[in-house]
Ligand binder design. Structure first.
Ligand SMILES: Cc1cc2nc3c(=O)[nH]c(=O)nc-3n(C[C@H](O)[C@H](O)[C@H](O)COP(=O)(O)OP(=O)(O)OC[C@H]3O[C@@H](n4cnc5c(N)ncnc54)[C@H](O)[C@@H]3O)c2cc1C
Length: 303
């Protein structure tokens, strides 16, 4: 199958585009520069080709065999931040969350400070309803522009339309977040800066730095925390080869640079099985496995 578009590349290594730094190549890879470029890319793409939208790769594990289809990462045309006089902030879906947090703080706008420690993009944050420090994307999002890869139409959706709830949205792999508009409050930039410093300090103290990871691996079940459950089972520091439960935070599975995607997949599966057999609780992964893994599916989370 041949596909022609100015931004298309073949056999692109995806590992460096993710925080775990594992995984194989995308058969096709493109970074469209704007909506029209995205549309023309799709015109050139056979309809049957699987498409995956990659953000900053901070919540995914790409299979060692890569992705047999088209991986789209939003390019420069999706990286603008506009702080409006009415306090709304409009950000392209490719914008990095820490940059958004810093820009808002410097402009004297409050509400987005919690993004400082989340190394994802605006698009990924909406898909995952990313959150922390008592807030989440649903609490600050006014609306998002969503492009449907099937119909090629753009819709404007608010948090209720997106069904945003704890680490969940109703977006699917045929939806591309293009842009987000946030409601913010007023704050003295120096006060905002000290909130950012405090969050950063807290993260350094409570989360493992200097490791390969994708943040929390499992969603918290109702009325409990996945990390606390894993910790209670004495699994902090538990290791299989290059992957281990972090000593600092038991819901983080940290990898060394020798790890493969299969190692991480197997390890997450193993922890899930131990927790299920010891407690009856089936933890649901928050991270996404993309591509094919050992049990031969096309990439959803292990069950
Ligand atoms: C050190 C560390 C700390 C973290 N801390 C937190 C935290 O405190 N809170 C939290 O919620 N998460 C946290 N995470 C996880 C992660 O950063 C978030 O889930 C983030 O929102 C993922 O964004 P991303 O751009 O990296 O998405 P990716 O990992 O690239 O993709 C994740 C999902 O979003 C989809 N996606 C990405 N961009 C788009 C788009 N434009 N349109 C449609 N779909 C898209 C992908 O298809 C995929 O399904 C952490 C991760 C790390 C590594």
């Amino acid at each position: 199958m041949t596909v022609e578009h100015h931004s298309l590349e073949r056999d692109v290594d995806l590992a460096p585009m993710t925080t775990y730094k594992v995984g194989g190549r995308a058969r096709w890879f493109a970074e469209p520069d704007g909506l029209e470029d995205l549309r023309s890319l799709l015109e050139a793409t056979p309809p049957e080709m699987p498409v995956f939208v990659l953000g900053r790769g901070s919540n995914v594990v790409i299979s060692d065999s890569g992705f047999d289809g088209l991986v789209i990462r939003l390019g420069r045309g999706f990286s603008a931040i506009d702080v409006r006089p009415d306090g709304m902030i409009v950000a392209g879906a490719g914008v990095s969350l820490p940059i958004l947090a810093r820009t808002a703080a410097a402009a004297g706008r409050s509400g987005l400070e919690f993004y400082i420690g989340i190394p994802g993009s605006v698009g990924g944050a909406i898909r995952m309803n990313a959150g922390g420090h008592g807030s989440d994307t649903a609490a600050v999002l006014e609306w998002a522009l969503i492009f449907d890869l099937g119909t090629r139409e753009v819709s404007r959706r608010n948090p209720a339309d997106l069904a945003l709830s704890y680490r969940h949205s109703n977006l699917t792999d045929t939806d591309v977040v293009l842009q987000a508009t946030y409601t913010t409050g007023e704050i003295d930039p120096e006060d905002a800066e000290s909130v950012l410093r405090e969050i950063t300090r807290w993260r350094k103290e409570h989360q493992p730095g200097g490791t390969l990871n994708a943040g929390s691996v499992f969603k918290n079940p109702e009325h409990d925390a996945a990390g606390a459950i894993i910790d209670r089972l004495g699994l902090k520091g538990y290791r299989i080869g290059p992957v281990a439960v972090s000593d600092v935070h038991a819901n983080w599975m940290v990898a060394t640079k020798d790890a493969t995607a299969s190692d991480i997949f197997a390890f997450v599966h193993r922890i899930q099985a131990i927790v299920a057999s010891e407690t009856g609780i089936v933890l649901e992964p928050e991270i996404r496995f993309v591509g094919s893994f050992d049990h031969g599916d096309t990439g959803e989370s292990p069950s």
